[in-house]
Write a protein that binds this ligand. Structure first.
Ligand code: ADP
Ligand code: NI
Length: 207
């Protein structure tokens, strides 16, 4: 259960992040944060963990992402400062910062420490939003913002189809929690159906 103070801290953080990321163009926008928070809470209902840590980490998880351009990003130091301004306990700040600095897809090979339950849940929630219907929507948003094509016959060039095949189709096997795995399985199946129909419409055969 969350205390009134924790609920207020979460709402302060949510409104800060929603304002900061509302126009972010590459799929790390405020709606992504809302979905990750919702997914994380739903997974936590089945898996347990500290709801405050899980929700706060979900809310702030993309603010320090290297991929964001400077307009949308905070430095880890600035984020810690913000958390202090909301009077989050310093031990909780450390816990939250550890989760969000180690959870991105790009860093998965660099992990040394075993993951905490809260970290596992937030990472699953973030990965789930990269697959299924929301994941498909986001991949086109990202490609639109970066000027990438939907697909191309040049195997060296980035494209939506390449990203789906090389990254998104692998995510279901990288889930940490039972609840996350189940949700990922459903989203993966939907994504496969989308790809099949899309390729037929585009006259693409399997390369
Ligand atoms: P997050 O930080 O939320 O885990 P990423 O920064 O890895 O996510 O990616 C954000 C979104 O953009 C995801 O939905 C991802 O599928 C998409 N994306 C990332 N890289 C590419 C790419 N090269 N081409 C198309 N979409 C991409
Ligand atoms: Ni994210």
């Amino acid at each position: 259960m969350l205390t009134i103070m924790q609920q207020n801290q979460l709402e302060a953080a949510a409104s800060f992040v929603s304002n900061k990321l509302k126009d972010e163009p590459t799929g790390h926008d405020a709606a992504h944060i809302d979905r990750v928070r919702l997914l994380a809470v739903n997974i936590a209902k089945q898996e347990g963990g500290s709801l405050f840590i899980i929700e706060m980490a979900a809310i702030v998880h993309d603010l320090i992402d290297e991929k964001l351009s400077s307009e949308w990003k905070l430095s880890p130091h600035q984020l810690e400062h913000q958390l202090l301004l909301w009077e989050v306990d310093t031990r909780d700040i450390r816990y939250i910062m550890d989760i969000i600095t180690s959870m991105s897809f790009r860093h998965r090979h660099m992990q040394h420490k075993p993951m905490t339950l809260e970290g596992a849940i937030v990472q699953d929630a973030d990965r789930l939003d990269a697959i299924g219907a929301s994941g498909i929507a986001r991949v086109f948003t990202y490609a639109g913002a970066k000027g990438e094509p939907h697909y191309t016959h040049d195997s060296q060039q980035g494209s939506v189809l390449k990203h789906i095949k090389e990254k998104l189709l692998n995510l279901k096997d990288l889930m940490n929690t039972r609840a996350g795995k189940q949700l990922a399985k459903e989203r993966h199946e939907f994504m496969c159906l989308f790809i099949k129909t899309w390729k037929e419409e585009c006259g693409l055969t399997d390369e």
